[in-house]
Design a protein. Structure first.
Ligand code: UDP
Ligand code: MG
Length: 158
């Protein structure tokens, strides 16, 4: 089934000048870009985006991380895109993310702040259909998510 999913190159990806590299990883597997914006996230946007984590001990570190500077927020589409993007992104913990995944190949080691594990892991990707719909609607208006045909969508000559 064709799906849309929300991806963020988090501020550590921007600071490490990895935006182009990371977009390229997703483009190369054939995912389609439907929307894209460079944003300075606010504390309120962080709380809405990470609603499931707001009460967790690591949340203050997570909010500080995601709002420390601009991030690139985008919507990718493709068949089974939600699971495919999660596979490409890899495990949340940089230490256990497999080589070949974005986090396995490039992510920082976790930073320790008191008892928090502060995981700088370069990218966010929606976890499931419900999260994807909620997160796309949080970051983009309906008119900003563009549907269009790619040249390979149009090719019927095989
Ligand atoms: N996070 C953290 N410490 C933790 C768990 C999560 O700093 O112990 C951060 C990390 O940046 C992670 C984000 O919170 O990517 C969201 O956590 P989640 O478990 O949803 O991981 P994800 O969906 O990003 O793989
Ligand atoms: Mg998550």
């Amino acid at each position: 089934m064709y799906e849309k999913t929300l991806v963020i190159v988090k501020p550590d990806g921007v600071q490490r000048r990895m935006v182009g590299t990371l977009i390229s990883r997703f483009e190369k597997v054939g995912l389609k870009i439907h929307a894209m914006r460079f944003v300075q996230a606010t504390d309120e946007q962080s709380k809405a985006h990470y609603a499931e984590h707001v009460d967790k001990p690591f949340y203050p570190s997570l909010e500080a991380y995601i709002t420390v500077g601009p991030a690139l927020v985008f919507v990718l589409g493709g068949t089974g895109a939600i699971a495919k993007v999660r596979q490409l992104v890899g495990d949340t913990e940089p230490a256990s993310a497999l080589p070949g995944t974005i986090r396995g190949d490039y992510a920082h080691q976790p930073l320790e702040r008191g008892s928090d594990r502060f995981l700088c892991n370069l990218v966010h990707a929606s976890a499931n259909t419900e999260d994807a719909e909620r997160e796309v609607a949080l970051w983009f208006g309906p008119d900003e998510v563009l549907d269009y045909a790619m040249i390979d969508d149009m090719y019927t000559g095989l």
